[in-house]
Design a protein around this ligand. Structure first.
Ligand code: DTR
Ligand code: ZN
Ligand code: ZN
Length: 500
């Protein structure tokens, strides 16, 4: 996969801490050369086929997720692993049919343009008087406090403006006040807050939760102020507990008390097959798993491959895994490497900012900067520029860093826009999303950038080879001296999803 002259790499190894893969390729194979783009693409093709024949999605709780899990188990078993399937339950949500929203006698509002349904909305068919709840957002924000609902007539519809607290806070307060439905309209404070509110209520609700646009919401508040306003809201959704899985497999070789966890989420969103997000990371670590034994005696530390479930619902699989480790088990984990979205069509070579030089607000565990440096040194040695990926914990390394375990990883970008400087470095189009099909039905096998995927897979392979040999700069490699670090896990919102 690499086209670089070997001399450059030797120079790099000598210049750094001696952790780079050794130069004698015959005795010491290079994992980045064993991991081939065509093998990664073949796994992505298989995941696409699984999605295509299972309703176009591999989301947690859907058949496509079950078959994807079986696929990983089969592939790992064939490669000599004994994978473990770790089950956990989660709040499954699905809208069965698009919601209806109208003023009896007209007008009928358009789903997707005038309003949306928030995730975890309950089902219901409600025709009732609508009341504007603190439309000026006095105090914390409209509908954020129980007192906002003083005098609210039970069975009515609560008309609430976005802002000040989460959608869950507003829906919860409305439900507690006896509302039969809640409409959370957009606040128009920024250009991306004018359309319908398409976020998540984060947890299941009994009542319908819909999100009108700013225009429609303000019109309705006016109508309610000038007389009695009756509205009809109908939603049809599924909210139930379902089971999904993590798949976990360890190399036979290596120390069991200093384990390198290499993870990628296996699930997609409900709206698409998820072949970049995250078939790319899945296929990459699977291919690495299928070749890593060729490193032989260089595998000093065990490598644990983790295929996480339900990342898209809020890092649920990785959180379940980390929070169900005993303190002693946790202490055996040296570090976590995470790979989520490696083939974004308009992508970039993003390295997690483990030393937090960008100041994303999280406090990276010591050692995360050393992981970043391994990636930077690798690409530097190949003369390839990289970009800093915010170390914000919004993928499956989040639960690891929340528990004091150093982490790092790569990603090629999601819904954010490519900058002019990045377009100069990587090509592609400035001002356009890294992945224009992010979380959409078009995130198919075709939604890919071969060059970026190839290079990020190389960086992933190199990093795991380096840390399989030694984690010295990350954790001192002295497991006996390391105390179990226990910190409360933080529930994070799914990346790129509005929760407030
Ligand atoms: N968690 C990803 C998308 C995402 C957004 N920001 C980052 C940063 C690093 C990795 C991934 C991401 C998703 O699955 O949607
Ligand atoms: Zn992802
Ligand atoms: Zn995603």
């Amino acid at each position: 996969m690499r086209t670089i002259a070997i001399g450059t790499l030797i120079g790099l190894a000598a210049a750094s801490i001696g952790l780079a893969a050794p130069a004698d390729a015959a005795q010491h194979p290079h994992l980045d050369r064993l991991v081939k783009l065509k093998d990664i693409r073949a796994h992505q093709q298989d995941l696409q086929t699984i999605a295509t024949y299972n309703g176009g999605t591999r989301a947690a709780g859907e058949p496509g997720s079950e078959v994807s899990t079986q696929y990983i188990v089969k592939q790992l078993t064939k490669a000599g692993y004994k994978p473990t399937v770790q089950d956990f339950t989660f709040d499954y949500y699905k809208q069965k049919t698009p919601a209806v929203f109208e003023r009896p006698g007209g007008p009928v509002y358009t789903y997707g343009t005038d309003f949306d349904t928030l995730d975890y909305s309950g089902s219901g068919d409600v025709t009732a008087v609508a009341t504007a709840i603190d439309p000026d957002g006095a105090g914390v924000g409209s509908g954020c406090e129980a007192s906002d609902f003083a005098g609210f007539t039970k069975g009515g519809i609560a008309l609430v403006k976005r802002g000040g607290c989460t959608f869950a806070d507003k829906a919860g307060a409305a439900q507690t006040a006896g509302a039969a439905a809640i409409a959370i309209y957009n606040d128009g404070t920024t250009p991306d807050r004018t359309g319908p509110v398409a976020g998540t209520a984060s947890q299941p609700f009994q009542i319908p939760v819909i999100g009108p646009s700013h225009q429609l919401g303000t019109d309705l508040v006016k109508a309610a102020a000038s007389g009695s306003l009756t509205l009809h809201i109908k939603t049809s959704t599924i909210n139930e507990r379902r089971t999904t899985h993590n798949v976990i497999a360890d190399t036979k070789r290596g120390r069991a008390d200093n384990v390198v966890v290499m993870g990628a989420h296996l699930d997609s969103v409900t709206t698409g097959p998820g072949i970049n997000d995250n078939g790319s990371g899945t296929a990459t670590i699977l291919t690495i798993a299928q070749h890593i034994d060729e490193l032989g005696g260089d595998l000093k530390n065990k490598v644990r491959f983790a295929f996480w479930g339900a990342e898209e619902e809020g890092l649920l699989g990785s959180t379940y895994y980390v929070t169900h480790l005993s303190a002693a088990q946790k202490a055996t984990i040296a570090l976590n490497l995470n790979f989520d979205m490696l083939g974004s069509p308009n992508g970039r070579r993003g390295v997690y900012d483990g030393d937090d030089s960008q100041g994303a607000g999280t406090n990276p565990p010591a050692g995360s900067g050393a992981i970043e440096k391994v990636f930077l040194d690798y690409y530097g040695g190949r003369g390839l520029q990289t970009s800093q990926s915010e170390f914000d914990g919004r993928s499956d390394y989040g639960p690891f860093i929340d528990n004091g375990i150093p982490a790092g990883g790569l990603d090629s970008g999601a819904e954010k826009l490519k900058t002019t400087e990045e377009a100069e470095i990587y090509g592609g189009e400035a001002g356009k999303a890294y992945d224009g099909c992010y979380h959409q039905a078009c995130d198919t096998f075709a939604n890919n950038n071969n060059t970026i995927l190839d290079q990020l897979a190389d960086g992933a392979a190199n990093a795991v080879q380096v840390f399989a040999k030694s984690t010295l700069p990350v954790n001192g490699a002295s497991v006996a001296a390391r105390k179990a670090l226990v910190a409360p896990a933080v529930k994070r919102a799914p990346a790129g999803v509005d929760v407030r």
